[in-house]
Design a protein around this ligand. Structure first.
Ligand SMILES: [Cu+2]
Length: 83
């Protein structure tokens, strides 16, 4: 994560599979949030967040930044595709 983007913008995973993501920030603190999966983890500089989840339903899950990080905060989006 960085001001103001989440990369990669598309993450594809398999339904029913345990997924582990390591999320880091290139600048300030951000928050890795996937509301539909119940994920909300602060991501601090030099302290990557490890997020583990399993999605049982196929579909698109929006990812956003949950910590106000500046003027472009609302532009921080990505999507998890569960296939
Ligand atoms: Cu942010």
């Amino acid at each position: 994560m960085k001001k103001y983007a989440i990369e990669p913008a598309e993450i594809r995973v398999k339904r029913g599979q345990r997924v582990q993501l390591t999320v880091s920030t290139l600048d300030v603190q951000h928050g890795f949030s996937v509301p539909d999966l119940g994920i909300k983890e602060p991501v601090q500089k030099n302290k990557p967040a490890v997020v583990i989840f399993k999605a049982d339903r196929a579909g698109e899950y929006p990812v956003q930044c949950s910590i106000i990080c500046g003027s472009g905060h609302d532009d921080m989006h990505a999507k998890i595709f569960v296939e």
